[in-house]
Design a protein around this ligand. Sequence first.
Ligand SMILES: Cc1cc2nc3c(=O)[nH]c(=O)nc-3n(C[C@H](O)[C@H](O)[C@H](O)COP(=O)(O)OP(=O)(O)OC[C@H]3O[C@@H](n4cnc5c(N)ncnc54)[C@H](O)[C@@H]3O)c2cc1C
Length: 351
Amino acid sequence: MKRITILGAGLTGLTLAYQLKKAGISATLIEARNRPGGRIHTLYNEAQAPVEMGATWFGEKHEALLALLAELQIPFFEQFLQGLTFYEPISTSPPQPFLLPNQAPNFRIAGGSNALIAKLLSHLDSTQLILSQRIQKVDYKDGGFVLESEKQHFSCDVLVSTIPPKLLVENINFSPELPIDLVEKAKQTHTWMGESIKVAITYKRAFWRENGYSGSVFSNVGPISELYDHSNVEASHFALKGFMGGAFHGASQEQRKNLVLQQLVKYFGKEAQDYLTYSDCAWQYEPETFAPYSGYILPHQNNGDAILRAACFEGKLILAGTETASAFPGYMDGAVRSGMDSATQILQLME
Ligand SMILES: Cc1cc2nc3c(=O)[nH]c(=O)nc-3n(C[C@H](O)[C@H](O)[C@H](O)COP(=O)(O)OP(=O)(O)OC[C@H]3O[C@@H](n4cnc5c(N)ncnc54)[C@H](O)[C@@H]3O)c2cc1C
């Protein structure tokens, strides 16, 4: 039986491990962080709404993700958008309330996006997941791999990387080297949402709903550029969640919190100051997700490029992860597709 190792226990890695488990194959997941989930990261506070620091929404077109949720019997619900939304085009005029036109629904996973991660994990044995091991070196020799972290060596026959392509080629030293065209492309491949700052504030009451507001804001003034209601599916615990502009990476979390509260008071009044918890995540400071680019990179640049899925080392190194996906790269749906496609590749290798 071939030993299979998966680098990264995000949605791609866990989907792949789950698919293999169904086929009777027990792969090992090696994860650098001290938690699974990668760019899916839900914060849970007792008696408060779970808040997403990472992936949140999906739509009807995300068929691979929808099929996985159905298979795992994970419920989801529509993003709350009822009531007036604020639009703030310019700092010299007050925010304008308006009614959002009808649009295709966006969904959120009931209980938080981490419910999907937890469900996938529940199908694996606990020994399949190794946390807090950042792989730095991969040697391919005599038809097998030796992986090195700061603490340990691991060996396997088939290796699947689900690490974002840019980080894979910059943070891992391969021997022999990876093909140069792959390395050059990967360096110029955007890791989706790697520069984003997510902000979440929980409240005892949804005072915005009570006053006829959806909780949504679109602002050119900021610091939050987009904001949404983030209450739980039961509508029993309440929160607002949004994206903050990249300029605020330099601010401390305390400074960001004060700026956010000031902004919310402007739309919703003094009640916005009476919050339970404030959380934010500046993903640019997460070395397992972000590495600086040498020049300007467009959002989604090179995502889905076939070269990022190139077979290496006699087909025994499989390159996966949402940025490599053939459809919806960058998104959760792309991660699920990539996990499924690499499972198919491995099953073919085993034949
Ligand atoms: C702020 C934010 C908001 C987002 N919003 C949405 C959204 O609303 N909808 C949507 O569809 N998608 C969204 N996304 C994208 C979504 O999160 C990703 O598409 C998906 O989670 C990627 O899964 P993955 O497993 O391919 O990659 P990742 O989740 O990045 O998993 C890769 C894993 O590899 C690990 N790793 C890295 N380096 C090493 C190493 N050297 N050794 C071992 N392990 C390593 C990482 O820690 C990580 O766990 C968002 C992302 C972010 C950051």
